[in-house]
Structures are given as C-alpha cells and as structure tokens.
Ligand binder design. Structure first.
Ligand code: ADP
Ligand code: MG
Length: 321
C-alpha cells in the first residue's frame, strides 16, 4: 500500500509558483507585496454535515477550495495559496485522484495553489479543512463593518439554485429530475467570485459571501456596520432554472437559501456605473437589490411597497439537521 508520503507526492505535490516554497518541506514560504496585508480564512467540511457521503469526489475537491476562495473574494483579496488538511477514514486512490483533480483545477482557476497541508487516517467520517491566504491593501479590504446609510446593496449572479438542489437531494421536495439537473451544479460546483471581489476592493464599502442565506449574511453586514436596510423583492435575481417552482419556495430559496457563494456588497450610490462596469469586466451579473438605511432592521418590500411579514431566517443546510 502507498505510504502517506507517496500519496502526498502523487496527489497533492505540485510545482510551486516562482518565489514560493510549496509542498514538501516543514513549512511553505511566500511573501506579500509591500503595503499589502495577508487575508486568511479556514473552513472545515465534515461528511454528513456539509456534504453527502456519496458526493462526486471531483466536485468535493472543487467545493472545499471554492468556499474558501469565496471568503477571499468577499474580502477583496487576491488569492496567494492554500493549505489542505485531510482526515481520511480509508485510502481509496481513485477517490483521492478525483478529489485532487477537482481541488487543483479550482486552485489553478483562482490562482490559489496548494502549498501544504496535513494528511492523516481517521476511523470515522471524512473531514476536510482548507485554509486560504490572500493579499489585500488594508485600506481597500471589504470588511463587513464598512456599510454606510445611502449605500446601494448589490448581489452577484442569481440566487436560489443551490437551496432547491439541496432540498431535492435531501427529500424535502418531491423528486424532480429535470429541476435537479438544472440546479445541482450550483450546489456541487459553486463558482467563487474572485475576479469580481478583487475588482470591488477599494470601490465597494462592505461585502460578504452568501453561505447561509441572503438575509442572514446581509444581517452580518448590518450588525457589524450598525445600520439597517431595505430590499426590493422584485429586484432580487432569481435563477432562470426555478421558473416552474412554486413562488413561496422560490422566495424562501432566494432570501434564505444557503450555499450560494455569491457576493452581497454595498457601495456608495454614485459608484453604481462603476460597479456595472466591474461586473461586466468580471463576467458576473451584478444586481442592485436595495439600500442601506440609518437605524437598524431589515425590511423586504414587495412590488406594492408593502413590507413582507414573517421573513424566513437563514438556515444551515446540514448544520441544522
Ligand atoms: P510534518 O510532519 O513536518 O508536518 P508531513 O509529513 O505532515 O510533514 O507533510 C509533508 C509535506 O507534505 C509538508 O510539506 C506538508 O505541507 C505536505 N502535505 C501533507 N499533507 C498534505 C495535503 N493533504 N495537501 C498538501 N500538502 C500536504
Ligand atoms: Mg504534518
């Protein structure tokens, strides 16, 4: 059987970019350009809690890094590299090969090479811990605390797909193969908005990535910034795949569905044209969905300008089960 070191060499060791020391020594080494700070974040994914045990390993490799790159994007940071911790209940090389392929492909796309990690056997469930490092100018970082009254609220992409796919797969919605086929990629292959996030640094005032639902995640910005907000229900970008889904389901998926990995950000109203240009240049739709207000509280207005009652709470897909 392959040793731990053979497995690391085979599946995780890749040539490090110039100027960096990657997998193979006691530590990885990298620098940051003068005047920039290191942005770092880590996410732990546990089998049965954050992903289904039978998920496609290539998708799992992709997603384990994608959700972390999404945090760098939400800070406006440029990816530098990442670390991967793996606790494996068993060593199945075809599984590892597919996982590594998905992971490295995401790393390549985001410019976030794997530069180290730790691998251990662990009877029980699979656990994956990824840590990312990025670089950001301290005065341009998109902190949650930066929103000001009068800012527009924006969201990237379209919302709702990942939540519907999760509900189909977990049996909370009746089986619908066509709908699952159209929504599953959003759940399994989230596309972190790293180009958009970097371009927004210094332009937007605050940002967060939507992992637990728009209302809950926007709520973090409101709390950190000490402000309130209004959202316009009809302006929320709904995925076209949800055209045949009952309206109340769609509303819930868009307002409270997790695992979206879109960016929600705020920017001064006079930067709206700049934001549209940044969206176009990043190849990501950006939609203005509301405004930051003085005070506290979050109101969602329907087409008639009436506030919605009983707003759905954000929820944790696997964490709440
Ligand atoms: P140490 O005992 O010094 O922690 P290890 O034997 O754990 O070293 O790891 C050897 C090298 O392989 C280190 O450079 C480490 O960063 C790297 N490594 C181990 N596991 C992984 C992994 N899952 N992904 C990437 N690099 C890894
Ligand atoms: Mg180690």
């Amino acid at each position: 059987m392959a040793s731990e070191f053979d497995l690391i060499d085979r599946y995780f060791k890749r040539a490090a970019p110039p100027g960096m020391l990657g997998v193979g020594d006691d530590c990885a080494l990298f620098g940051v350009p003068p005047g920039m700070q290191v942005a770092t974040s880590t996410d732990l994914l546990i089998e049965g809690r954050h992903f289904f045990p039978d998920v496609d390993p290539r998708a799992l490799g992709h997603k384990s890094l994608a959700v972390n790159v999404s945090d760098l994007a939400a800070m406006g940071a440029r990816p530098i590299g990442c670390l991967l911790g793996l606790a494996l209940p068993e060593v199945r090389e075809p599984w590892l090969a597919a996982f590594a392929e998905g992971f490295h492909a995401m790393a390549h796309a985001a410019g976030c090479p794997l530069i180290g990690g730790d691998t251990t056997g662990n009877p029980g469930v699979l656990a994956i811990s990824v840590t990312v490092f990025g670089a950001v100018r301290p005065d341009a970082a998109l902190c949650r605390s930066g929103a000001l009254p009068g800012d527009d609220i924006w969201v990237s992409g379209a919302l709702g797909d990942a939540d519907i796919a999760y509900r189909l797969l977990s049996g909370q919605m009746p089986p619908d193969d066509a709908l699952l086929a159209h929504t599953r990629a959003a759940l399994d292959w989230p596309q972190p908005r790293f180009a958009l996030g970097q371009a927004l640094a210094g332009v937007a005032r605050s940002a967060i990535d939507i992992s637990d639902g728009l209302l809950q995640d926007l709520g973090h910005i409101l709390k950190a910034s000490g402000v309130g907000a209004r959202l316009y229900l009809d302006d929320l970008p709904v995925s076209a795949a949800l055209a045949g889904v009952p309206a109340d389901r769609v509303r819930h998926a868009v307002l409270a569905g997790g695992d979206a990995y879109e960016l929600c950000f705020t920017a001064p109203a006079d930067r709206a044209d700049a934001i549209r240009v940044i969206g176009a240049e990043s190849g990501v739709a950006v939609t203005r969905i509301g405004a930051i207000e003085a005070g506290t509280g979050l109101t969602v207005l329907d087409a008639d300008g009436a506030p919605l009652r009983d707003l759905p709470r954000g929820f944790d897909h696997f964490r709440s089960s």
